[in-house]
Design a protein. Sequence first.
Length: 207
Amino acid sequence: GPCLTEVTYAGRISSGLPHSTTVSIGRTDDIVRATYRIRLDVEEAFPFSRFVIFQVGADTYNMTHEAKFSVGNEDGLLREWKTTPGGDRYQAEPLRVPGAIPWISMHDGSPVVTTEPKGAWANRGIVIRSWKARLGGVDAAPWVAEYGVGMRRGDSSLVDLVPPPSVTSLEPGDYVEATIEHVIIPQSKEDYLGPNTDLIEALASHA
């Protein structure tokens, strides 16, 4: 080991925004972790009303509802709040996430469709392992925003990584280069179905 997959997806947004994402997942028996290495380059001016760099969940597909989000970094928790699902809109102004290792937690999760059997369930989140970006012609830190979505099967909230609120157009020479780790954590000992005894003990004590 380690056994680590590596698949790269690449394309263009319009004619002037080439991008690629290399996705990896490790063979583990404890916590599911996916790593995304993303690169976006801006070759021509690109005005926008909404631009999402990275998203957890999707506008048209999201089957879990987390009651709380929080943000933090290597020093610990910075802010936690109750989510406001639905509405197909941003629920508040975006937050700048400072620090060397910013993270966002989506927790107290439950199924969007409450009439179906729950089964095993998890919380999720992301860790920004590295981040370099130039947006609107200036260096930019990561910003996070809660986006409430309303779908036929139920309302929920997404996490969007977005440009700073002052940026409404990408300029030639702008770019984003980042490594983002997506983490899926069982909510309880009963929600973990694997053989890792250390994780079972940790969930029994600290879930």
